[in-house]
Structures are given as structure tokens and as C-alpha cells.
Design a protein around this ligand. Sequence first.
Ligand SMILES: Cc1cc2nc3c(=O)[nH]c(=O)nc-3n(C[C@H](O)[C@H](O)[C@H](O)COP(=O)(O)O)c2cc1C
Ligand code: SF4
Length: 646
Amino acid sequence: MNKLFERATYGNVKLKNHIAIAPMGMKTDIDGFVSERNIEFYRRVAEGGAGLIMVGCAMCTQEFEGRPTWAMDNFFQVAGFGQLVDSCHAYGAKVITQLTVGLGRVAYADRLETAPYGPSENPLRANPSVSTRPFTVEQIQRVVKAYGNAAFMLKKAGVDGIEMHAYGGYLFDQFLTSAWNRRTDEYGGNLRGRMRFLLECLHEVRKTCGPDFSVTAKVTVDHRIPKPGYRTIEEGIELCKILEEEGIDGLHLDTGCYERYYCQIPSVYEPKGMELDVIRAVRAAVHVPLMGQGKLNDPAVAEAVLTEGALDVIALGHQMLADPDWPTKVKEGRVKEINHCIGCNECMYLAIAGKHRPCAVNPLSGHELEYPIVPAVKTRRLLVVGGGPAGLTAAMLAHSRGIDVTLWERHDYLGGNLAAAGAPSFKTDVRVFLDNLIYRFGKSGVKAVLNKTATKEDILAEGVDDVILATGSDSIMIRLPRAEGSKVGVLTGNEAMLRKEPVTGDVVVIGGGLVGCETALHLDGMRSVGKVTIIEALDCVLKTVKHFGSNDHSLRDLMAASGVETVCSGKVTGISENGVTYEKDGQVYEVPCSTVVMAVGYRSNSALEDEIWSGINNVRLVGDAVAPRKVIDAVHEAFHAARVLK
Ligand SMILES: Cc1cc2nc3c(=O)[nH]c(=O)nc-3n(C[C@H](O)[C@H](O)[C@H](O)COP(=O)(O)O)c2cc1C
Ligand code: SF4
């Protein structure tokens, strides 16, 4: 990994390496100031070795919409930003803060339905009954002044530059895009007209901060929406060229917008380097330094992109939440130790729901100060039952605190249900996460016993102080009437994912939830499998799945592009001689198949809790054993159970 760790330049800023944390907006505390939590998050990333800290967006004014994050609109913010900058500079990292004029039509709609402003009247994404109010020219001028003033204060705080938040369908981009900007004055019309607001802000920053202060811009060069009015790569290149002519110091390229969210906020289903096609096209057309992102967290891919010259800086978003030590681990050749992002987007899902942004696989992300890991005060012995993500997390953390830990796993492999979840080719992130977790577990020194089914007697005989039950959940099998002599095989979703012999012939998947759809897609991609049909009892697939919009949109698009057929509002009635029968609208149908896959949910393995409760000092049930849920629940519950052991 030679290139990644050579010195680099972005804008006017000299960097110790080519690695940046991509800007990610953070929640502030209620006073709107840069909090200790914010500072510690960025300090930790700098400590992990990133050369450039791109601080998530700050607002320049709250006059036209409420702040989603910090508002750089008063001089008292300088102190907090200054502290943030100093704590990153201490590690030799440079700091660029993203500065926004607002979110416009994608602003979080408040319950009072206060309309934010935009270039034209556009319905809000979050509440289409409310529309943005078009800015007057005089109001635009006030924002331009506020922008220059905010940049000036950031410069006072010591940042090395600002990045204009001109991407992703946010307010600047709404001005840039004819689908949202239908103005007939000088701020609308052709591309130059639509860019006027952005360019006036750029020039205002030059006035307030001087010609040497680095001003770069994050721009969407392709909205990836094949409809008139949205940006195509041709217009994106034109936009970049104009910004270059107007003196921008560097360009941070992106794709997508809320209407094609997974092209902007990738999910587990997106491939590595998903934005490289447009990055290469822009590289061929402009000369300023370029930054890019979009699942560049495979070190070999990142290195190749730099070697090819497509980018000058590799920005990592999600991955830096999952593991801020990515740069150091890559530099030291410890790639297998990386805590790999699983693309679940709980970071977005829960942040939008109002929480401090979490990371499913790194409970410390954003909570570095609140959850100190300290040595255990007593000598104690812990038994962890279950070797899925919860069990592995609890065991490793407790062991690192000096606790004597043994882990039992009933299977001959570790990973629990995640082994099946990571099996499809389109879920590499989960597989890499699990492989690396198991690798780190192997190195940790925790005693592990495989093929060990825990019983009450065995657990009590261990004489341990604490037991963490991370016993997971098992696939539910429903009993269906079966025709005599039927040749149809029956598998659970997990079995279909993990079995060594290929599934052959046509397949019916019962259940169109997350597992059902992913299993169907996985099977659809197998050469040995013919037609795959999902039969779902509800009126559409994925109806009750609660995950982030990018993941949902991406999975639905994968389904639409696949050969998987779906039957909704269908109630499976039995397994016939050569297929599956179901009832719909009072009629009975048959789908021929050689295999039926049951994807109808999971049942928790929690019985041991009651059995051992009175015999053990401290029993904790965590993860799917409590209720079948998400990776974030398993990892966080296990982490905290192991963290608070005295
Ligand atoms: C929690 C979260 C918050 C984000 N907030 C911002 C933001 O404030 N400004 C921005 O330009 N991009 C934001 N992004 C997008 C990232 O900068 C980046 O473009 C995107 O995550 C793709 O890069 P990745 O594949 O390395 O994660 C955010 C992403 C995440 C996951
Ligand atoms: S919450 Fe999920 S998607 Fe977000 S950074 Fe963590 S692992 Fe990645």
C-alpha cells in the first residue's frame, strides 16, 4: 500500500497521506455548539491515521431553516471548532469543514410544518403537503453574506479549508438542478444561471478569507436518474469545468440524490468503487485535485484508484465509523483486523430517527467518551454461550478487560446466523465483517469450545461468576400438509444459504421479508437453480422490514432486475407431489418446484436463561436470544453486557 501513504495535496492543503474521513453530519447537543462528543469523535479518527478530517456540514445561517447540525452563525462557535481542529492537528491531520446553506426541500420537516426556502416551490420529501418557499433575490444575498461570514469564522477557528456542500439534492444542488430550480431570474435558467448562487458564495469566501484559503466543493456529477431535469454526467463535467474556471481549489465528486439514495448513501448491496465510472470521466476533463468515495474501503481498490490517478484523496465515510483505525491497520498490513462496515445504514436510520448517530459494529463510534473500557475490578470468570456476533463481541471485550472468558458454540463454526446472512455474493460486506471478526477472535486468546451444546448442568458445573447467553435464534419451520410421495425438498433460509451441495431446479421461497428476498436473489444467481418464486402472505414483499431507505430502494431495484417472481397475498396451503400449493382470492394454485425454502422468521433460543437464573450470580441474555433482531442489537447489547461487568 505505497501510494495511500505518500504525501498528498487537496485544495491548497498538504496532507500526510491520501486518506480522508468523508464528511458526515453529526448531531450536536441541544445548544448547537460543538460538543465534547463531537470533538472526541474526530480526534479519534485523527488518531487512527487519516490525513484529512472532513468535518460534516455546518449551517451558515438559521434565518431560512432550522439547523440539522451545527450553525456557524455566531462567534462563540469559534472556540468549539477551534478545539476540534486543534485536537486533530495534534496528530498531523488537516481539517476541512463542510459548510452548507441548508437542506431546502430535503430538510427535516418539523411538526409545525414550517416551510424552509428553496430556489422554487418544491414539495418537501418528508412531508409533501408542505412546499419550499422561493427565496427572493434579497434573501439570497443575505445567505451569500452569511456564507462568507461563516467561512471567516471557521478560518478563525483554524480549519485548513472549507468544502461547499453543493451535492446530493441539498439546497445548493437544488439551485443547480433544473428539476428543482424553475426560476426565471438571474439565479435560474441555464447552468451558469443555476450556478450563480454557488459561485457568489465561492467569491464571497474569497473576499472574507483571502485567496490562499482552501475552498473546495462536493458536487453531484450524476444524479443517476434518467429523467429530464436531473444531472447527467455530461452536465456534471460542465459544472466541474465552470467551478475550475472560477477558481475552486478541489472537487469532491459524488453521485445520486434522495430519489436514488443508494447511489449517494451506499448500502450493503452496492459494489465496491460504485462511483468510479463518473470519477474517471471527470478526471479526464479537469485538472484540480479530486476526492471521491463510494465504498472505497477495500484497501486494494483504494490503492489501485490512486495508482491509476483517478483520485487524489480517498474519502471513507461509513468505514471510518466502523473502524477509525482503518489507515493504521492498512499501513501496518493488519487488513484482516479491520472492523469492516456491513452496509446496514443503521448510522443513518437511527440518526434520522433522532438518536446520536451510532454504528452497528462499533458501539464506541460517537460515544468514545461515554463508554470507557476499563480493566475489571474483580477477578472473575465469564462463560459466553454462543459464537455469533454477540457472543464474539462480548467474549473479546471481556477478555480485553482482564476477565477469564470461555466461549461455547454448539456448531462446528463461528458466526451464528450471520454466516448465512453473509453468504450471498451481493453481501460481501457482511462476509468480510464476519471473517475479520472471527480472525480477531482467534487472535484474542479467548478459550473457545466448538460443537458444545450448553445445558443447565454443564453451565452450573463450570462454576463461573457470570454467564452471557448469546444463544441466538433458529429459523422457524412451518408444518405444511405434504402429499404422499412428494419429491419436493424443504430447507430453511439458513440451510439454503450455507449448504455445500448446490440447490437445483425451480425453487419456491415462502416469505417475502428481508431473508426471503435475499435468499431468493441468492438462489436466482445460482446456475443450478431454475425459476425462483416468492410466495408472500402480505400484499407486497418487504412490507414489515424496518431498514434505511437506501437499503430498501437498492434491494427493491435488485429484485426488479432479477428473474425472481413474486406472488403476494398468497397463503401457502401445502407441498404437492411436484411443487407448492397456495390460495389467493379464493382460488388454489400450484407452483412446480424441486425445493421449498422457508423464510418465515426466527425463534429465539432463550430457555437457558430461566434454567440457570438461580444458580449463577449474573446472567445476561443478549442479541437474538432476546428477540430476533438486527446486528446492531446483537453487537451493542453484547458490548454493554461485557463492558459493565465489575
Ligand atoms: C451517517 C452519515 C452522515 C453523512 N453526512 C454527510 C454530510 O453531512 N455531508 C456530506 O457531504 N456527506 C455526508 N454523508 C455521505 C458521506 O460523506 C459519503 O459520501 C457516503 O457515505 C459514501 O461514502 P462511503 O461509501 O465511504 O460511506 C454521510 C454519510 C453517512 C453514513
Ligand atoms: S451503522 Fe452499519 S452502515 Fe453505518 S457505518 Fe456502521 S456498519 Fe456501516
